[in-house]
Design a protein around this ligand. Structure first.
Ligand code: SAH
Length: 341
């Protein structure tokens, strides 16, 4: 009777239907940290939940960047770890959520990939990360940003397009039940080509981010194994089709790794690929992870790479990293603290 129940099917046995509507509002619209705060529900209903109505327990809460970043490690009853990071900015507050516990894609430079796959998250577990963040933000504001989540990125643990049905249902609830704008929801994928075509058919104007990281198949296959199944030409075709169908510009993510994908040749080829699909490029200097000796290039090389991409005529930004000291930065989720056992 909480996030695992479809919101339209919430019903409280022996209670009139308006009680279920009240409960739905506490779960999705004005979430609260504990059932005791659901003040218009009688104690008999709140007691049903015990101390918590969340599908997971909060194992750790960490804060960084002078209170502008907040990270949680949640733990599901079966032991699966779920991580989410909130980042406050002047005009928006973004949550980076997980779609799977662990990840099966095994990208060499990503901490989640290095530790392997646990399981898919349910739609309830995905949407509850956003609801929990809203409850937390209302309870204690961050030093910068809004008092509720305004943007969502599927850039936490897991490959969202490998858990399509649950991710879709979570997005549906975010848009139709929580009132979030689909224009502020970004699905980030390693490049599951058939699922990109499927996403383009969904009824919402979502954003698509594609983790490219290399501009030739040999290099890409060596760091992103799924490239052997869905090579660059198939991926870029799918992205171009997504843009054509939805009118939404795709963004290309490029984790910059010293000596691997930071050459001027890669920058030029990246530019050509991005131009071909009207994409913009987001460069993320690598955040080091425990099981890899990869390092980011020095600041000058990052700048040179960015300029080389910009010279091809493609809009390019360098992503500011948040939360590095709490292992909340890109690719650092699922570091030591969250390894089960
Ligand atoms: N599986 C999805 C979403 C999760 S990763 C995807 O691959 O897009 C979110 C972004 O963080 C991806 O672009 C990913 O490549 C990047 N990333 C992963 N590990 C990183 C690291 N160690 N340093 C910087 N960025 C990293």
């Amino acid at each position: 009777m909480s996030y695992e129940t479809h919101p339209d099917e919430l019903e409280i046995p022996g209670e009139p239907s308006y009680r279920a509507d009240q409960l739905r509002r506490w779960l999705y619209e004005t979430p609260v940290l504990t059932p005791a705060q659901m003040t218009n529900l009688p104690a008999s209903i709140r007691d049903h939940f015990g101390d918590s109505h969340w599908p997971f327990a909060v194992e750790t809460e960490l804060s960084a960047d002078q209170g502008a970043t907040r990270k949680w490690l949640f733990r599901a009853p079966d032991g699966a770890s779920i991580e989410a990071v909130v980042m406050g900015y002047k005009k928006r507050t973004t949550i980076c959520i997980s779609s799977q516990a662990g990840c099966a894609m095994a990208c060499t430079f990503c901490a989640t990939g290095q530790f392997g796959f646990e399981r898919h998250l349910t739609a309830g577990e995905i949407v509850a990360q956003v609801a929990y963040a809203n409850a937390s933000l209302r309870d204690s504001h961050m030093t910068i940003g809004r008092d509720h989540i305004t943007s969502i990125v599927f850039m936490g643990m897991g490959e969202p397009l490998a858990n399509y049905a649950n991710v879709r249902e979570a997005i549906r609830r975010m848009v139709e039940v929580m009132g979030l704008s689909p224009r502020h929801i970004t699905v980030s994928t390693v490049g599951i080509v058939p699922a990109i075509y499927r996403l383009a058919e969904e009824p919402w104007p979502l954003n698509l981010a594609v983790s490219l990281h290399a501009a030739d198949d040999e290099t890409r296959s060596s760091i992103v194994p799924i490239n052997k199944r869905y090579p660059i030409h198939a991926l870029t075709e799918a992205c171009a089709a997504f843009f054509e169908k939805t009118g939404r510009r795709v963004s290309i993510e490029w984790t910059l790794i010293a000596g691997t994908n930071d050459s001027m040749d890669q920058a030029q080829r990246l530019g050509a690929i991005a131009l071909g699909m009207s994409a913009h490029v987001n460069v993320i200097p690598l955040n080091p992870t425990p099981l890899s000796s990869d390092r980011p290039p020095d600041a000058d090389s990052v700048k040179r790479f960015k300029q080389a991409v910009a010279r091809t005529g493609v809009p390019v930004t360098i992503r500011n990293t948040r939360g590095r000291e709490i292992d909340a930065a890109c690719g650092q989720l699922r570091s030591q603290a969250s390894v089960p056992g």
